[in-house]
Design a protein around this ligand. Structure first.
Ligand SMILES: NC(=O)c1ccc[n+]([C@@H]2O[C@H](COP(=O)([O-])OP(=O)(O)OC[C@H]3O[C@@H](n4cnc5c(N)ncnc54)[C@H](OP(=O)(O)O)[C@@H]3O)[C@@H](O)[C@H]2O)c1
Length: 308
C-alpha cells in the first residue's frame, strides 16, 4: 500500500510544487488547507481537508496514519486576524498533533537566517525550529531565501510595478543583496528531505546573488522596459508602499520586510543547493512576468471556501 503523506497548503505556493512530486513518488496525499482549489488538476488526486488549529481532535485524526507531514504553514505579516505570535502557536498545535498521531517525520519549512533577535518573522521561525527539534519526531528543516517561479508574489510584483509604472523606487542605495531560489528546485529538495530519515537542517538558496537594484535592472531588461529607477530614502519608499497598499487593498511591503531585505536576511551563508539561475529564467519567462498583480490579501484573507 502507498504511504500517506500530509501537506499543508497543497494549492498554495510552495505546496503546489511539492504535491505533484510526492504523487510522482507514489505517495498518497492529504492536504490541510482553507483554500481548496477545485480547478487544480491535482484536486481529484488529493484528499482535501480544512486546516483548523482550534480543533485539535480533527488535526490528530487528519494526521493519523500519515508517514510524513510537510508543513508550509506560516503568515507573511501581522495583518487582520493573522499574526506571527498566532502562527507560532498554531504551528505548535500542529506539531503536537503530529506527535500524538504517530507521524514518522516532519518536513518543516523555515527561512534562511532564523534568529532570536528583534525580527518578528525570523524570531517566530527560530522558535518553531526549536519546537520541531524538541518534538521527538524525525525532522528535516528547510530554510529557503526568497522563492521565485510561476505564481510567486515578491518578484512578480516588482515586475508588475516595472511593467505598469514609469518610475520604480529603489529604497536606499539598492546595493544590499539577495539570493533567490527557484521554487521547483526547492520543491525537489523538500521531497528528497522528506524521503530521507536523518535529522537535518538545510538552507535552500539559488546559485546567484544580486543587489536589489541589480535584480530590478535584470527584471526591467528582461521585459524590455525603460522604467526609470529612482533611489529614495527608505522611509519615503515605505510611505509610497503604504499608499500603493491602500490603493490596491493589499500588503505590498511592510517596514519589517524592508528592514530585513536591507539587512541582507535573504541570502544564505551556505553553499548553494539549487541550480536554476534567475538571470536565465526571467528571459525565458519574460512574457508572463508582472502581467498580473499577485495579491497577498486575495490569496490568504478574502477567499475562504471553508471545507468540511
Ligand atoms: N515565498 C517565499 O519567498 C518564502 C521565502 C522564505 C521562506 N518561505 C517560507 O515558505 C513557507 C511557504 O511559503 P509560501 O510563500 O509558499 O506560502 P503559501 O503557500 O502562500 O502559504 C503556505 C501555507 O500557509 C497558509 N497561510 C498563508 N498565509 C496565511 C494567513 N494569513 N492565514 C492563514 N493561513 C495562511 C496557507 O493556507 P492556505 O492553504 O489556506 O492557502 C498555506 O497552507 C512559509 O513557511 C514561508 O515562511 C517562503
Amino acid at each position: 500500500m502507498s504511504p500517506l503523506d500530509v501537506i499543508t497548503g497543497a494549492y498554495s505556493y510552495t505546496g503546489r510544487f511539492v504535491a505533484p512530486l510526492l504523487l510522482q513518488h507514489g505517495r498518497k496525499l492529504r492536504t490541510l488547507t482553507n483554500h481548496p482549489d477545485r480547478q487544480n488538476p491535482l484536486y481529484g488526486q488529493i484528499e482535501t481537508l480544512p486546516l483548523d488549529f482550534d480543533d485539535r481532535g480533527h488535526l490528530v485524526a487528519a494526521l493519523r496514519g500519515a508517514d510524513t507531514l510537510y508543513n508550509t504553514y506560516w503568515v507573511r505579516s501581522n495583518h487582520g486576524a493573522a499574526s506571527f505570535e498566532q502562527a507560532v502557536r498554531n504551528t505548535g498545535v500542529l506539531i503536537d498533533a503530529a506527535r500524538e498521531a504517530g507521524v514518522r517525520r516532519v518536513v518543516h519549512v523555515s527561512i534562511a537566517n532564523p534568529d532570536k533577535s528583534n525580527r518578528p518573522y525570523y524570531r517566530g521561525k527560530a522558535a518553531l525550529e526549536a519546537r520541531v527539534r524538541a518534538s521527538g519526531i524525525s525532522y528535516a528543516i528547510l530554510r529557503p531565501t526568497l522563492l521565485f517561479g510561476h505564481g510567486d508574489v515578491l518578484i512578480n510584483n516588482i515586475a508588475w510595478f516595472i511593467r505598469h509604472l514609469p518610475v520604480f523606487a529603489i529604497p536606499g542605495d539598492g546595493q544590499y543583496r539577495l539570493q533567490p531560489v527557484f521554487v521547483e528546485d526547492y520543491a525537489e529538495q523538500i521531497v528528497a528531505a522528506g524521503l530521507s530519515s536523518e535529522n537535518l537542517t538545510l538552507d535552500a538558496a539559488g546559485p546567484e546573488r544580486f543587489s536589489f537594484e541589480g535584480l530590478v535592472r535584470l527584471l526591467r531588461d528582461a521585459m524590455g522596459k525603460r522604467t526609470a529607477l529612482l533611489r529614495v530614502p527608505p522611509v519615503l519608499a515605505l510611505a509610497g508602499a503604504g499608499a500603493v497598499s491602500l490603493a490596491l487593498r493589499d500588503i505590498t511591503l511592510t517596514a519589517d520586510e524592508l528592514r530585513d531585505l536591507m539587512d541582507e536576511m535573504l541570502i544564505s551563508t551556505e553553499p548553494s543547493t539549487c541550480r536554476t539561475r534567475l538571470s536565465g529564467w526571467v528571459y525565458e519567462h519574460e512574457a508572463e512576468l508582472g502581467h498580473q498583480y499577485a495579491s497577498e490579501v486575495n490569496r490568504h484573507y478574502r477567499v475562504n471556501l471553508g471545507l468540511g
